[in-house]
Structure formats: C-alpha cells, structure tokens
Design a protein around this ligand. Structure first.
Ligand code: SAM
Length: 219
C-alpha cells in the first residue's frame, strides 16, 4: 500500500467514525448522514489542518473565518428537511463544505460569501469535486439574492443580531424554512423559521457559537 492510499484509507475511516459520532449526538436523518459520509472534508481545509478533517470541530480557513463543525453542518441541514430539487440559499460559503453537503443532497444550491478569496477557493474545490450546478456570488448575503427568490430553504452559517427581513421576504410562502443562529457576537440560539402564506413562525432550538454575520442587515 502506498503512503497516499494509506492516508486515503485513514481519512475514509475517519469519516465513518465521524458519522457514528454525529449519530450518537442525535443526527438521525440517514440522508444527511450519507451526505456527510460522501463529502471529503479534508479537501475543504488547508494542508496544515487536513489531518484534523474528521474531528468534530470548527477549524480556521483564513480571513479570520472557520469551516463549521461537522455537527453544526449536520444539525442545520437536518433541521431543514430538504427534498431533492428544492432551491436552497446559503449565506456564508466559507470553505464550501456545507455547500458540498447540500449539493450531495440533490438540492439546487445558491451561495453567497463576503470574502472573495474564500469564495474563489470554495468555487475551485466545488468544481474539482464535480458540483458544477452550484451558483455562487460574492457580497453581502444579508440582502439575499432577489433575482433567484423565492427559496424553499435558507441556511445562514454566521451569527445574526436579528433575522434579516430581506431573507424572510425571499422565503417561499409555501412551506419555506430558514435556519439561522441569532443572538450576540459570540453565542447564539439556533432558530427554525417557517413561512406559510404571509405567516412567519419561529422555533428556538439549541445554543451555538458562530462567527458574526457582517452586513447591512447583520452586524
Ligand atoms: N458554511 C461554511 C463552511 O462550511 O465552511 C461556514 C463558514 S463560516 C462559519 C461563516 C461564513 O460566513 C464566513 O466565511 C464569513 O465570511 C461569511 N459571512 C459573514 N457575513 C456574511 C454576509 N453578510 N454575507 C455573506 N457571507 C458572510
């Protein structure tokens, strides 16, 4: 066995262990677990951190930002209950890992990142992994992406002081869902917002800690 294939095997084992860890922490949606099992997280990290790809922790990706913890990615994805073909807007592309997990579920992904160098690296990784249908742009995601609205689901990967009105407006009025951490700059509560007709309802979920959502309708 070559060094390279041995390393690949270890990473594969790591992914399997991570999936079991996520299951033990309450991730029960087999479709989400399968997506996590198929996306190579090491490809979304700098070489310095790739050996830690299957630790359940957030890691630096440059520009003072982080790749989300796998549990967080699985939790936010599971909460949305996505179906193949649905239109999903992600705010905060970061490394592109969460984007790849969404694409692996067969949804149509639109993603926005404010740090252009991060967006460019994420695009390259997504292309290299064959996710050619992901649509992305740079800029302030707190204003959403009106040209492609309405969205069946919106996933916000940075902590907001409040729920951006532009995003609720761009949710589908037929069962649209948004998962978003809301609170202070260091700690937030995860919320699941549902839209039916013009009615919005919010469900408070558990505590998380995200980097801040910076923008016109953020910090
Ligand atoms: N989903 C990412 C991943 O898997 O790597 C998580 C990235 S990190 C936790 C959150 C990202 O949100 C950062 O890359 C940050 O630059 C970005 N961000 C913060 N405010 C933003 C905004 N208003 N619009 C777009 N991106 C934003």
């Amino acid at each position: 066995m070559t060094e390279r294939s041995r390393a690949g095997g270890l990473l594969g084992e790591g992914r399997g262990r991570l999936v079991e860890e996520l299951r033990a922490r309450g991730i029960h949606d087999e479709v989400v677990l399968k997506a996590i099992a198929t996306v190579p997280r090491e490809k979304f990290l700098d070489r310095t951190f790739s050996s830690r790809a299957y630790e359940d922790s957030a890691l630096p990706i440059g520009e003072g930002q982080t790749i989300s913890q796998p549990f967080t990615v699985a939790f936010q994805t599971q909460v949305l209950g996505l179906k193949p073909g649905e239109k999903v807007l992600e705010i905060g592309t970061g490394s592109g890992y969460q984007t790849a997990v969404l694409a692996a579920l067969g949804v149509r992904v639109f993603t926005i990142e404010r740090h252009i160098p991060l967006l460019e690296s994420a695009r390259k990784r997504l292309e290299a992994l064959g996710h050619h249908r992901v649509i992305s742009r740079g800029g302030d995601g707190t204003r959403g992406w009106p040209e492609y609205a309405p969205f069946d689901a919106i996933l916000v990967t940075a902590g907001a002081p409040d729920v951006p009105e532009s995003l609720t407006k761009q949710l589908s009025s037929e069962g649209g869902r948004m998962v978003i951490p809301v609170g202070g700059k260091d700690k937030q509560k995860m919320y699941l917002i549902r839209k039916n007709g013009e009615n919005l309802s919010g469900e408070e979920l558990s505590d998380f800690s995200f980097v801040p959502l910076i923008g016109k309708e953020g910090w």
